[in-house]
Design a protein. Sequence first.
Length: 391
Amino acid sequence: MGKTKLSITTAHGYVYNEVYAAVQNAVGLLGGLERFVPHGSKVFVKINHLSPPSPAERGIVTHPVFAEAVLRLLKPLTDNITVGDDINSGEPNGFEVSGYHRMCQKMGVKLLNLREEGFVQKRCNGYILKHVYVSKAVLDADIIINLPKMKTHSLAAFTGAVKNLYGILPGGIRHKYHAAHAPKYNFNQMLVDVYTMAIPHLNIMDGIMAMEGEGPAGGTVRNVGVVLAGADAVALDSVASQIIGLKPTDVRTTDYAARRGIGVADPRYIDVLGETIASVKVDDFKHPAGTSSALVGKTPSFLSGFLINNFVDARPVVVKHKCTGCSECEKACPVQAIVVGSEVARVNNGICIKCMCCHEVCRYDAIVPKKAFAGRTLDFVTQIYKKASKH
């Protein structure tokens, strides 16, 4: 059996010509876009557009310049292109703030908030889900092109190509699933279940300006300068995680998908074209607080659940001087653990499930994940172990 092909190219900022050349080269190394997109196909381009309205420079969304480069390559093959994600419908309009509305108008392609065309219930032969509501626009497409953003994630360690498909579900259902499948094992298996409902034909990752620390919305922007492309989203996530200093098995969506035979995670069976992983790797990339729970996950299940829940998992903590009392966290919490009183959010730790939905939606960085002392100690020991293992 041949190796799965994955390409890496470089671009160091969002100057259009440089981004276009990097995307064109990344896809060209795989045989060209026409290998994945038959002429006249109905194409859906799934961007990563997290709901907190934010300018592209914050690193929360797939940059519109990056998406524009992909669209330029697509246009000679088809005019039937829709760009979209499921975002909040309120003001301000997230697509306006990020620049997507302007870019898609310029390119002459349809920009869609997925809730505008609705969702269809489909049977899911998953480990967790048996039925799931999926975007009608995604189901109606002939070809799905996935444009994830390279970011850390406070709950899943890393949000890449596999997790980006979570956005094809309605926002309300996603919040419900956070509550219903709160344990990390269940949550990440559920993400893989959703991915199987709309496996992309091609994945192109925006890793030019990545997010490190407490992603996917509250981290800091880091210039990694890479574009990754491949048909296998699992392989792409495997390579992306290695670039930022994680083992593929540290990212549970990657690990679980590979164990199911949905994609390839083992570096031995991935043929990296273009740049090498070593040439673009970032050794000091900051990971989210919950990443070390992957180590605890290797302990017996009866013990790991107790350790993760009580000592390792990070809890949301309100930074009072940053909180504006906007109530977005209160609306997003799937178990009503947050109340905004006296203009400051308060978290009821007794019922909080640590899903970090509040952290994701806070545009003011006023809710941050924080571990107990035991969890921080485990992080310290883990870092020492990693440094020692390099020598």
